[in-house]
Design a protein around this ligand. Structure first.
Ligand code: SAM
Length: 331
């Protein structure tokens, strides 16, 4: 029987988020907001191709079957096509995907598919040109939309659209996003904003997904899509719609019991939990795969107890201990 990673609470860890670089070609307001002033450089800023392959091979030998490449922005990594090509050939990796802001997607979609990428998640927080520019710190909406179009043409499906809700900035666009699922075969996933790096005015921008449900039901009845979706997202569709609506309630619900993932940061550390400060340095394992695998087994013991409850988003945020921003972790 091949080995499996099972934590002390019985969760099977089969999904790896591999953050290949901390660098990004956008500057989204909720992602880097905490970096101003408080930010200290933590370790190195990208993984080399050899490191990515060593990590993925070790993970596959430990029964991990899914890898998502993320960042920062993974498409700015100079070796991203070669990394995908090599990772797609690792036996045991059944699902290889990537999260992107789509700035470079129009020119890269076909190359990514050819390299072996199967599907893609795109961050798109506004459908209004000016608002998009404001949220992303200068991004061009038309470029991102063209990138999504090209990804669909290249067969990188399903294309999942991630919308982080930031109160006062894009919550007025919820209805527009939901309505797109009535005519397009897109998965639109709403994510609750998580304040990393001690952003103290976070409540000002936190927007609970309960209100998204209310908006959706004013458009049409919401029909649940049952089944295991391999993570914390819960999916629905508006009655008769081709597209889906996903909810990722990072703060308002207890989602830790379905956590199935490890993260590797661009600094080559293994993070067992997004919110905790625990990290294991993988560097000593790059010379010996058995050492690398042992680091993964060690990380299992650091997965937090999913039964530790928090009574409100506020309580949840008080438990955040991570010292990194989202670009330094990999969302
Ligand atoms: N650059 C790529 C992208 O834009 O998808 C990958 C990295 S980005 C950090 C991955 C995901 O994390 C995106 O969907 C982004 O919206 C989300 N994200 C970043 N900061 C977040 C925050 N503070 N709270 C919730 N989601 C966040």
């Amino acid at each position: 029987m091949p080995e499996k990673l099972i934590d002390p609470y019985g969760r099977v860890i089969n999904y790896l988020r591999l953050s290949v670089t901390e660098h990004c070609n956008l500057n989204c307001v909720y992602c880097r907001a905490g970096q101003e002033g408080s930010q200290v450089a933590i370790g190195k800023k990208f993984l080399t191709m050899e490191e990515c392959i060593a990590i993925a091979e070790a993970a596959a030998e430990l029964g991990m079957t899914r890898i998502r490449l993320t960042g920062g922005e993974p498409l700015v990594h100079p070796d991203i096509l070669e990394i995908i090509s090599r990772l797609s050939r690792i036996s045991g990796i059944k699902d290889l995907s990537l999260s992107t802001n789509a700035v470079l997607l129009e020119s890269m979609a076909f190359k990514l598919a050819k390299a072996g990428l199967k599907r893609i998640n795109v961050s798109l927080d506004s459908l209004d040109e000016n608002n998009y520019r404001r949220i992303t710190g200068g991004g061009e909406l038309s470029r991102t939309l063209k990138g999504i179009e090209k990804a669909l043409q290249a067969g990188l499906i399903p294309v999942k659209i991630n919308v982080v809700l930031y109160k006062g900035i894009n919550d007025h666009e919820i209805g527009k996003f939901i309505e797109r699922t009535l005519t397009e075969e897109l998965d639109v996933r709403f994510i609750e904003y998580m304040p990393f790096l001690g952003i103290d005015n976070w409540q000002q921008h936190y927007f609970s997904l309960d209100k998204v449900r209310e908006t959706a039901t004013t458009i049409a009845p919401l029909v649940p899509i049952r089944g295991d979706h391999g993570g914390p997202a819960k999916y629905y569709r508006l009655e008769g719609a081709p597209g889906k609506i996903g909810f990722i309630p990072t703060l308002s619900r207890h989602i830790c019991s379905v956590c199935n993932r490890f993260r590797v940061t661009p600094a080559a550390t293994l993070k067992p939990c997004l919110f905790s400060a625990d990290e294991i340095d993988l560097t000593p394992g790059f010379s010996d795969k058995e050492i690398l695998k042992e680091k993964f087994r060690e990380a299992l013991k650091l997965k937090p107890d999913p039964k530790k409850v928090y009574s409100s988003p506020h309580e949840r945020v008080k438990q955040f201990q991570t010292k990194r921003s989202m670009t330094q972790i990999g969302g």
